[in-house]
Design a protein around this ligand. Structure first.
Ligand SMILES: Cc1cc2nc3c(=O)[nH]c(=O)nc-3n(C[C@H](O)[C@H](O)[C@H](O)COP(=O)(O)OP(=O)(O)OC[C@H]3O[C@@H](n4cnc5c(N)ncnc54)[C@H](O)[C@@H]3O)c2cc1C
Length: 433
């Protein structure tokens, strides 16, 4: 998003370097989505990778499939782009704009602020402390932290007798159709796993710590996706924002037509049940595992024989879990509270960011500033504002020339047209909302 927005505004490809080992900008997401069996996005029509908002994904889909269905759904906020569609679009944007040609294929291990006076910039080093490059502005877009496990399961994972039967929802899995699985959690990842197990003919026990959380289609209330909502959120103090995030980002599960049908059918066939409690013991058993479940909300479910346990417990959200961020936090004394960096309202990193040489963060580690910072819409919001700031600085210094309106229109239209051709070639997945 940073790359395509920068090219759209007028930067030349050789003025941008993408640091990272992956040659596919959506490779990480693609792998997680595949492991989870995700077929449609949770988000809606505005979640796309074109540098400007129009046409929306609903419009691209209607154009590609010559059907107004996605437009009608979109107007009712019931359209979710298919995963194959957005991946196809991302490939068009990256290939057409030469993203991979500007990539330095290594992870960044360290950023050094240099030239405090008239030539502020950063020197970048890889994880082996080799010089990797220098940059005036840096966006840190390192994605999510490591997968998170409940402490007991994290310990059991190390045990060779039970560890291989424990998996995280975002990891690759191989279900036994005759198996009986416990899925921990009730967020979107867990709901996907219920469906995956039931689809294969297996039995599924959904294990929740407390009674079911509120049902909501996106992790963040929709009003916070709009500029007014973001402004209202940013007007809160850091402490108020964190309290607010704690109350809204609690692992919500949207109701999907397909999932409801599968779960109801599974319940009728006695292949799906829900228990309230937490695992406090785990050992090898006749089906593979024996787990003991205790509950603070009623009688203890006790011992259960199961084939495996799936943790739908997401990612570690602490910035300290990412080595690059941890080093920057330590060295530059970035303020931190509860594992979250106290970023500026423009997502700048205190101690590193300057108006004339920006250093900002996007993604999950920016969601104390933009609640949906880790969604495609949120990445777009943060990324575009960052690029606009860089553009203003570089334009004033005469290092970038504004791309004219017709040129930008042509670029957007050409990317949209090619995205439509690409979308037409991939499978049209069923809408679930
Ligand atoms: C299963 C799943 C489903 C989702 N569904 C939706 C959805 O429906 N709608 C929506 O809007 N969003 C959704 N999201 C969220 C969204 O896809 C992610 O937030 C988004 O992909 C993040 O993009 P990113 O480029 O910031 O991070 P990533 O895609 O994680 O990429 C980070 C990249 O940084 C590289 N990297 C890491 N450390 C370094 C380093 N030190 N130096 C250089 N490179 C580094 C990694 O190798 C990786 O290539 C979903 C996420 C997941 C996991």
């Amino acid at each position: 998003m940073i790359y395509s927005t920068a090219i759209y505004l007028g930067f030349r490809p050789d003025q941008i370097t993408v640091f990272g080992p992956g040659d596919n900008p959506v490779g990480t997401y693609q792998q997680f989505a595949y492991n989870l069996g995700q077929t449609v996005l949770r988000s809606e029509s505005e979640s796309h990778f074109l540098p400007a908002d129009w046409p929306t994904f609903g419009q691209l889909n209607a154009w590609a499939r010559r059907s107004p269905g996605s437009l009608i759904r979109s107007a009712r906020r019931k359209y979710n782009p298919g995963v194959p569609d957005i991946l196809a679009e991302a490939q068009v944007v990256q290939r057409k704009l030469g993203w991979n040609d500007q990539r330095y294929p290594a992870k960044v291990g360290w950023l050094q602020r240099e030239g405090e006076g008239t030539d502020p910039h950063f020197v970048l080093y890889d994880e082996d402390a080799n010089y990797a490059g220098r940059a005036k502005h840096v966006m840190i877009a390192v994605g999510h932290g490591p997968l998170s496990w409940p402490p007991l399961l994290a310990k059991a994972k190390e045990d060779p007798d039970v560890g291989p039967r424990l998996a995280q929802a975002y990891e690759a899995k191989d279900y036994d159709p005759q198996g009986r699985y416990v899925v921990v959690g009730a967020g979107i990842a867990s709901v996907n796993e219920w469906a995956n197990i039931l689809d294969l003919g297996g039995k599924c026990i959904s294990l929740l710590r407390s009674p079911v959380p509120d049902e909501q289609d996106l992790n963040t209330p929709r009003c916070l996706f709009e500029a007014l909502g973001i402004d209202a959120f940013q007007a809160l103090s850091f402490e108020e924002r964190i309290a607010f995030l704690g109350s809204i980002l609690k692992g919500t599960s949207p109701a999907r037509r397909g999932w409801d049908v599968k779960v109801n059918k599974g319940r009728a066939e006695r292949r799906f049940e829900q228990l309230i409690g937490e695992i406090d013991q785990i050992e090898p058993g006749p089906l593979g595992l024996r787990i003991h479940v205790v509950s603070r909300h009623g009688p203890d479910p006790g011992w259960l024989d199961v084939t495996g346990v799936i943790a739908g417990t997401g990612f570690n959200k602490s910035a300290l879990s990412v080595p690059l961020l941890r080093r920057l936090i330590d060295f530059y004394k970035v303020p931190l509270e509860g594992g979250r960096m106290k970023l500026q309202s423009n997502c700048g990193v205190p101690g590193l960011d300057r108006p004339d040489s920006r250093c900002a963060v996007m993604g999950i580690f920016a969601n104390a500033v933009v609640t949906h910072g880790d969604t495609i819409a949120g990445l777009k919001y943060i990324g575009r504002r960052f690029v606009a700031d860089c553009y203003r600085v570089e334009k004033a210094a005469g290092r970038v020339r504004r791309r004219g309106f017709l040129d930008r229109l042509g670029m957007q239209f050409s990317l949209a047209r090619q995205s439509v051709s690409a979308v037409r070639r991939v499978q049209d997945v069923e809408q679930l909302a």
